[in-house]
Design a protein around this ligand. Structure first.
Ligand code: MOS
Length: 713
C-alpha cells in the first residue's frame, strides 16, 4: 500500500506554505489511548449497582403479541425483573426532525402496542445482576403470538404497483427524457438490484444509562451526542439540559449509530424504573433488526446517447423498501441528477413498506447503491459504443451542476480518472472481454466514478488556553474512528502555534458547545472552522499567555452555500482475477483517486478511503442480509453468516488525493471523506467482472452461484 500522494494545490485562504500541522499525515491523536486500552467505549463503563439488560426479539414478523409468560425468566437466579408492554412507562414520540436535532432511527416507541411489525422487534427486556443472568432470563421468556402474513422482499413484479410515493423526495425531471429516449440512437435499458446490507460495526450498539433525580446520563455508542440528547429529552419529557450523552470514543458507526434506536430508550426507562444504572449492549443478532440497515433496491436505468456517446436521456427509477413504522428512503437516484452532462433527466423513487426493521442511512446512503446501477449502465453504454469507459465519461463532463444550475465549487473528476489511470496502467487494457490473461486466470479491468456532496453545517467550539502552553478544545461532536479528534488537535495546534500533543481534545459530550453529527461526511468541514475561530479568539483575549483564557466561537456556511455546488469526486480502477476452472473471482487491486479538497490529515483520510473501498468490495462480492420468506426472520444474523471481507480478502489498494484546496467550503480547503470511498466500488468491480467473464452482473452480491452462469463455465 502506498501513502497518500500530495500534488501541488492552488492557493487558498489558508496557505499551505505557512501551515505546520494542517495537511500533515500525523498519527492519530488518541492512538496511544486506543492501543493501551485507556480509551473507554460505552460498554466499558460499569458504575456501582449496575444492572444488565438483554433484549428479547419477536419470533414472528407480522401480527400481534397475545401473551408473555415471564414466570421462568423471573425465577432465574440473578434476574431482577422484566420490562415489557405491561409495565412500560408512558413516553412520548420524538418530533423526529433532523434540523431540530431530534431525529430518531425509529419513531415508534418500544412496547407502544401489541402489534408486531418485524421479526426481532423488542417484546421484552430482561434485567439481571449480571450479563449472563439477563441473557439466561431472556432465553426463558415465552411469547404467544397471533401471526399475520409477512412480506419481507421487494417482490418480483411489484413495481410500481402498491408502492408508496415518498413525499420527501418528489420526482425530478429536466428537459423531456421520454422524448429524448425515443430519439436516441444508442440505448441501455437495464435493471439492477442491491440487497439489504447491515452496518455491523465491530463495537456493538451499547448504552449505559443512569438517572440522578431528573438528570439522565447516557454513555452511548453514537454518531451524534447532540441529537441523542435532544431526542431522549423529548421522549422522556425533560428539558434537554437535564440529559447528558457521553461518547468520547466510538468503534465504528457507518450510519447505524446516527439516530436514537429503541435499546437506548429501553435502557433509560429501565434505569429509571429500577433506580439503578442499566447497561444495554445489543447482541449481534438484534443488530440485524433493531438498529437499521441499508434497504434493498431495484433500479431501472435508461440511458440514451448519440453515436458519439453524448448523453441525451437519463432516467433512474428506484424501488426501495422501508418498514411499516417509518418511511426511510434510499435515495439511489440522487447521483444521476448532476454527475454527467445531460439535458434530459428523470429520477423517481418509490417505497414499499415491508415487515422488516426500519432501514437507515448506511455509508453514502443512496449513492452507494445508486452508483452501482448508474456506473454499471455507463459501462454498458461504453461497451455498446465500443468506447473506452473513461473516454465516455470525458465526453459527458458537465461544466456546471445542471440540477442546481450552479458552478461547481471544486470538480476534478476527469483528473481523478487521469491520475488513477496512470498509476493503474489503464492504457494497457485491451477492451474485449476475456482478452487479458495471466496463466489460467483471466484479468478484468473496470472503472467507475465516485461522488458525494461536500456538506458543511453550523458549529460551535470553545478553547481554553493556559499559560503553560497547553490548551483544551471543547466541542459536542464525536470521533467514530474517522480522525475527528486528530483534525481538531491539528487545527487548534496550527492556530495556537502549539505542538498538537499540547492540545487536549474534549469531545463526545453533549454539554459542550454544539458540534456536528458524525454523518454525511460533514464533521471535518463543519468543525475545523469553528475550532480555528475559537482559537483565534482565545489568542486575542487580554492576558492570553499569562493566565487561563477561554473563548467560544460559532461558524456556519454563508452565501456560498447557494452560489456553488459543493461535491467531492473520485475514480476507482479495479482489477479482478477470474479463474473459470474454480468459478473464483477475486479483486486483485484497486487504485482510487479522490478530489475532496485539501486533507487536513492525509493519513486518517486515507484510512477512510481504504475502509470505504473495502466496504465496496464487500458490497460487490459478499454482503447481504437475507430474510426467510416463510417467517420473515433474518437468516444471516451473525458475522459467520453475514460475510464481510477480512484482511485475507484485501486487494492491493492505492489511494491518491488530488489535493486541490476548496477554500470556498472552509478556510482549510478540505471536504470530509468518510463516505465517498465506497461510492462506485461495486460498479467498478462488476464492470471488471464483465471484462473478465463477458457477463454483466446486475444483481449484488456477485456470488459464486451467479458466477457459475458466466460463459465458459
Ligand atoms: Mo453516514 S451513513 O452519514 O454515517
Amino acid at each position: 500500500m502506498s501513502a497518500a500522494k500530495s500534488r501541488s494545490g492552488r492557493s487558498g485562504t489558508a496557505d499551505r506554505s505557512v501551515m505546520a500541522y494542517v495537511g500533515q499525515p500525523l498519527n492519530r491523536h488518541e492512538g496511544r489511548a486506543k492501543v493501551t486500552g485507556q480509551a473507554r467505549y460505552a460498554a466499558d463503563h460499569a458504575p456501582d449497582r449496575l444492572l444488565y439488560a438483554f433484549g428479547v426479539g419477536s419470533a414472528i414478523a407480522a401480527g400481534e403479541l397475545v401473551k408473555l409468560d415471564l414466570a421462568r425468566a423471573e425465577a432465574e437466579p440473578g434476574v431482577v425483573g422484566v420490562l415489557h408492554r405491561g409495565n412500560f412507562p408512558r413516553l412520548r414520540r420524538s418530533p423526529n426532525s433532523f434540523s431540530n436535532a431530534t431525529k430518531v432511527g425509529e419513531v415508534r416507541l418500544p412496547f407502544e402496542d401489541d402489534r408486531i411489525h418485524y421479526a426481532g422487534q423488542y417484546i421484552a427486556v430482561v434485567l439481571g445482576e449480571t450479563f449472563e443472568a439477563a441473557r439466561a432470563g431472556a432465553r426463558l421468556v415465552r411469547a404467544e403470538y397471533r401471526p399475520a402474513p409477512a412480506r419481507v422482499t421487494l417482490a418480483e413484479g411489484a413495481w410500481p404497483d402498491g408502492a408508496t410515493i415518498s413525499e420527501d423526495t418528489p420526482d425530478y425531471t429536466r428537459g423531456d427524457p421520454a422524448k429524448a429516449w425515443m430519439d436516441a440512437p444508442v440505448k441501455i435499458d437495464a435493471v439492477y438490484s442491491t440487497p439489504v446490507e447491515v452496518h455491523n460495526p465491530i463495537e456493538l450498539h451499547a448504552t449505559v444509562a443512569s438517572w440522578r433525580g431528573r438528570q439522565l446520563e447516557v454513555r452511548d455508542s453514537t454518531q451524534w451526542v447532540v441529537g441523542q440528547r435532544n431526542a431522549l429529552a423529548a421522549v422522556f419529557g425533560v428539558d434537554p439540559w437535564r440529559v447528558t450523552v457521553l461518547a468520547p470514543h466510538v468503534g465504528g458507526g457507518f450510519g447505524g449509530k446516527l439516530f436514537l434506536w429503541p435499546h437506548t430508550i429501553l435502557a433509560a426507562a429501565a434505569a429509571r424504573k429500577w433506580g439503578r444504572p442499566v447497561k444495554f449492549v445489543v447482541e449481534r443478532r438484534l443488530e440485524f433488526t433493531t438498529v437499521g440497515h441499508r434497504p434493498a433496491t431495484r433500479q431501472r436505468v435508461r440511458l440514451g446517447a448519440a453515436e458519439d456517446g453524448a448523453f441525451r436521456s437519463l432516467r433512474h427509477d428506484t424501488l426501495a423498501h422501508t418498514s411499516l413504522v417509518d418511511a426511510f428512503l434510499e435515495e439511489a437516484g440522487a447521483t444521476a441528477k448532476a454527475l454527467y452532462r445531460c439535458p434530459n433527466v428523470g429520477v423517481t423513487h418509490r417505497l414499499v413498506p415491508l415487515n422488516v426493521g426500519t432501514p437507515t442511512a448506511m455509508r453514502a446512503p443512496g449513492a452507494a447503491s445508486g452508483s452501482f446501477a448508474l456506473e454499471s449502465a455507463v459501462d454498458e453504454l461504453a461497451a455498446a459504443l465500443e468506447l473506452d469507459p473513461i473516454e465516455l465519461r470525458r465526453r459527458n463532463e458537465p461544466s456546471r451542476d445542471e440540477s442546481q444550475n450552479r458552478p461547481w465549487s471544486n470538480r476534478h473528476l476527469l483528473e481523478c480518472f487521469e491520475v488513477a489511470a496512470r498509476r493503474f496502467g489503464w492504457s494497457r487494457r485491451s477492451p474485449a472481454p476475456g482478452s487479458m490473461r495471466d496463466g489460467r486466470e483471466v484479468l478484468g479491468w473496470g472503472c467507475a466514478a465516485a461522488t458525494w456532496p461536500a456538506f458543511r453545517d453550523e458549529a460551535s467550539a470553545r478553547v481554553e488556553l493556559r499559560p503553560d502552553g497547553t490548551a483544551t478544545v471543547y466541542c459536542a461532536t464525536q470521533d467514530i474512528g474517522t480522525g475527528t479528534i486528530s483534525v481538531i488537535a491539528q487545527v487548534a495546534a496550527e492556530v495556537l502555534r502549539l505542538p498538537p500533543d499540547r492540545i487536549v481534545v474534549a469531545i463526545g459530550d453533549s454539554s459542550h458547545p454544539r458540534g456536528p453529527i458524525s454523518g454525511g461526511s460533514m464533521a471535518t468541514a463543519t468543525v475545523a472552522p469553528a475550532v480555528a475561530a475559537a482559537a483565534r479568539k482565545a489568542l486575542r483575549r487580554p492576558g492570553a499567555g499569562k493566565r487561563v483564557v477561554t473563548a467560544e466561537a460559532t461558524t456556519a456556511p454563508g452565501a456560498e452555500e447557494r452560489r456553488f455546488a459543493f461535491r467531492s469526486f473520485g475514480a476507482h480502477l479495479v482489477e479482478v482475477r477470474w479463474d473459470p476452472a474454480l468459478a473464483r473471482l477475486r479483486v486483485a487491486r484497486a487504485v482510487t483517486a479522490i478530489d475532496a479538497g485539501r486533507m487536513i490529515n492525509p493519513k486518517t483520510a486515507e484510512n477512510q478511503i481504504l475502509g470505504g473501498v473495502m466496504m465496496g468490495v464487500g458490497m460487490a462480492l459478499l454482503e447481504r442480509s437475507v430474510y426467510d420468506p416463510r417467517d420473515g426472520r433474518v437468516v444471516t444474523d451473525s458475522l459467520a453468516d453475514y460475510l464481510m471481507p477480512v484482511h485475507a480478502d484485501a486487494p492491493e489498494l492505492e489511494t491518491v488525493f488530488l489535493d486541490h484546496p476548496d477554500p470556498r467550503r472552509q478556510e482549510f480547503g478540505g471536504h470530509g471523506v468518510g463516505e465517498i470511498g465506497v461510492v462506485g466500488v461495486a460498479a467498478a468491480v462488476a464492470n471488471a467482472a464483465w471484462h473478465a467473464t463477458g457477463r454483466r452482473f446486475r444483481e449484488l452480491p456477485i456470488t459464486v452461484e451467479r458466477l457459475l452462469q458466466a460463459p465458459g463455465i
